[in-house]
Write a new protein. Structure first.
Length: 478
């Protein structure tokens, strides 16, 4: 773990401090205040507030707007305030966790971290996960961020270590990587699940997005770290070109070499049989009703556990009892007319395509899809998801996801693109009710976009809404 030279300098100057903060709302007396410029606000505008709350010093990367404060409060100027904040956070909130696994990718991060945790548990190794579903040990997710802030992440890791847990899998989002939330942290294993279009509202271009993903492998791995990459992903060649000194690193490419390869897969009525090579050993595994993309996520997780040096002799027993992940092709139940209902987090074109293809393979009598797109996010993916929905589903109900501050009707129009094929129902509950009413024997209803989420954000207000709970209740009535 990188130690903060800045903190040593501040300490040597005789300044006493009891912690770090980048948010004056939570800053307490004696904290160092790091004035970070964000998307919506600039920390430089809050230096006076930090002074009034008795911050011990301020760290900035720009001297503008602070001339009236510098005489009253010590000011430290650094090249990169975000980076220094992260390093300081991890230096103060120490942990000695021996196995840290970083997982990045457009889709599959939550599932891979979940399955690493699951497999380790089954071989009696205590572990934890941090990501979209929160912290598996501390049972918290206050920030609702895939990757918590540097300070929150540092505190969580420190708390996990105090529980004598030495294995943790962390979802590394493109935002978290780009915003340097991991500076000061080093991973023993780095994993790329896949890359497809997402978050272009933030990154602007796919090249920028891919570069952010590559930061996990260029900036945050230990010298002897191992790398697992799903070679089936789009943009693989572009991604590999961005990894520095790739040939000098220990890399496993899923489906590209004999260390990790899926040999055979057979779908049966209630199970899936898989032959796979992991760490040059052949395994014959059985999964109970797990979709193919989740089976691959499980295999990537198993490879990571093997990479860490653990024996997978019982993997066939572990796979057979393998559960699905919350909100990931989650089976809700059977309707009164005999149709199946699933909820999935698919909110990107690639994720929606994969889950619809998965359903198509089961030969349903018809596929009913309910989905929308989030507001204040990548607008370019909306029409693309509409095209995919129209191609693979028989009935598509376009509804509201999390419109946030954006006009929900405009989002729906951008999905529909003047097509008469779609059914438009803005109210998500009514959309689900309509979808259930259209179910028949052997048909499938997929409610996509929100997965595990327990709320809906409309015009900035947060309302309780759980796709699974709503669907279960309506299935009893419809």
């Amino acid at each position: 773990m990188t130690q903060s030279l800045l903190l040593k300098k501040i300490h040597s100057d005789g300044i006493k401090f009891n912690g770090v903060s980048s948010d004056t709302r939570t800053l307490v007396k004696g904290n160092l205040f790091f004035a970070i410029k964000g998307n919506n606000s600039d920390g430089l505008n809050y230096i006076d507030h930090a002074y009034r709350k008795d911050a011990s010093a301020v760290v900035i990367s720009n001297r503008k707007k602070i001339s009236n404060i510098s005489e009253r409060l010590p000011i430290y100027i650094v090249k990169d305030v975000r980076k220094e904040f992260a390093i300081a956070a991890f230096s103060i909130n120490k942990n000695n966790i021996t196995h840290k696994i970083g997982v990045t990718g457009t889709n599959g991060k939550t599932s891979v971290t979940f399955y690493i945790n699951y497999i380790l548990d089954k071989i009696n190794i205590k572990s934890a996960t941090i990501g979209t579903l929160g912290n598996s040990v501390l049972k918290k997710n206050k920030s609702n961020l895939t990757t918590p802030s540097s300070l929150d992440l540092a505190r969580q890791l420190s708390a996990i270590h105090r529980k004598k847990i030495n294995h943790v899998s962390i979802e590394a989002s493109s935002h978290g990587l780009h915003q340097k939330r991991f500076c000061g942290l080093q991973f023993n294993v780095g994993i790329l699940t896949n890359i497809s279009r997402d978050h272009l509202d933030y990154h602007k271009t796919m090249d920028n997005y891919i570069s952010s993903k590559a930061k996990l492998f260029n900036d945050y791995l230990s010298q002897d770290a191992k790398i697992i990459i799903n070679s089936e992903t789009k943009y693989l060649a572009q991604f590999l070109k961005k990894i520095k000194n790739l040939k000098s690193k220990e890399v496993i490419l899923f489906q590209k070499n004999n260390d990790f390869k899926l040999l055979k897969i057979n779908f049966r009525k209630d199970e899936v049989n898989v032959s796979v090579i992991i760490s040059r050993k052949k395994f014959n595994l059985v999964f109970s009703s797990l979709p193919l993309f989740q089976i691959k996520n499980f295999l990537i997780a198993a490879s990571a556990v093997s990479f860490m040096g653990y024996n997978l002799a019982n993997l066939s027993t572990i796979s057979k009892k393998c559960p699905n992940v919350s909100g990931r092709m989650e089976y809700v139940g059977l309707s009164k007319k005999g149709g199946k209902v699933y909820v999935d987090f698919a909110h990107t074109p690639d994720a929606l395509l994969n889950v619809l293809k998965e359903i198509k393979q089961t030969n349903p009598s018809k596929i009913i899809l309910i989905f929308g797109c989030g507001g204040d996010r990548d607008k370019g993916k909306r029409s693309k998801m509409g095209v995919i929905a129209k191609k693979y589903a028989d009935i598509v109900i376009v509804t509201d996801d999390n419109p946030r501050y954006e006009d929900a009707s405009k989002i729906r129009k951008e999905i529909i693109q003047n097509s008469n094929f779609f059914v438009e129902i803005s109210n998500r509950k009514k959309a689900i009710e309509h979808g259930i009413s259209k179910l028949e024997k052997k048909s499938v209803l997929l409610i996509a976009g929100k997965g595990h989420e327990k709320n809906q954000i409309i015009k900035g207000k947060i309302y309780n809404f759980d796709d699974v709970a709503v669907a279960k209740k309506l299935m009893k009535q419809t």
